[in-house]
Design a protein around this ligand. Sequence first.
Ligand code: IPE
Ligand code: IPE
Ligand code: MG
Length: 247
Amino acid sequence: MSLKDELKQDRLPSHVAIIMDGNGRWAKKRGNSRMFGHKHGVTAVREVTESAAELGINFLTLYAFSTENWSRPKTEVDALMSLLVSTISSETSTLMKNNVKLNAIGCTESLPSSVQAKLDTCIQKTSANTGLTLTLALSYSSRWEIIEAVKQIAADVKDNQLNIDDISADVISNRMATSGIPDPELMIRTSGEHRISNFLLWQLAYSELYFCDILWPDFRRDDFYRALLDFQGRERRFGKTGDQIKK
Ligand code: IPE
Ligand code: IPE
Ligand code: MG
């Protein structure tokens, strides 16, 4: 039986978030430049997107470039931005073929205009697709997102649009960049690093976390199925006792 066949269709997460890490180390191991790893990471993005779409997962969120990644050497940042432009162009047909709708979260205004233009075009082109929603976190950090949400809430209170007593978890969720998207049930990070790196801090409150040593360019469908199988073997308790959950 293949790993895919072992998955229980009725227990798939509706939202999976991934910190795609390890491109640089993958390239270095091969005596190549870090960009070589980023380029090969595109194959993994395609594989995971296609398999999530095939499985009927509703939301896939990929951490592609963090606010902190702007501090990398300019040559790497520039090359990553060019890679984004070429990848969005070349992969639009894959998204269309798989009925995937593209979305982006983050401070996208800080991206070069060439990236913004390609993103806008692809988001527009895929907007009527009804399958998986693929969200790219670009120039994204969770603290940036929380600061933006707090500013909006403060402005609404100041303008008498919102009472302080009405500020709830839902009000905050609705001010996040992920508004309208359920919190991820599963968060995967590759490359052996065990940290969150400023990704979806609010939304990951009760997510199952899955860490694997595989470097992102090597991540394939079976690795994704393994993460989903591991998720399906877990008991999500949300503060309750195990006995309460089993009832
Ligand atoms: C992830 O791989 C891609 C981005 C953060 C853009 P890295 O570039 O972080 O690769 P490592 O962690 O240095 O190996
Ligand atoms: C997190 O990876 C950001 C992305 C995958 C886009 P990093 O490689 O930047 O994270 P740290 O700095 O090692 O925590
Ligand atoms: Mg890294």
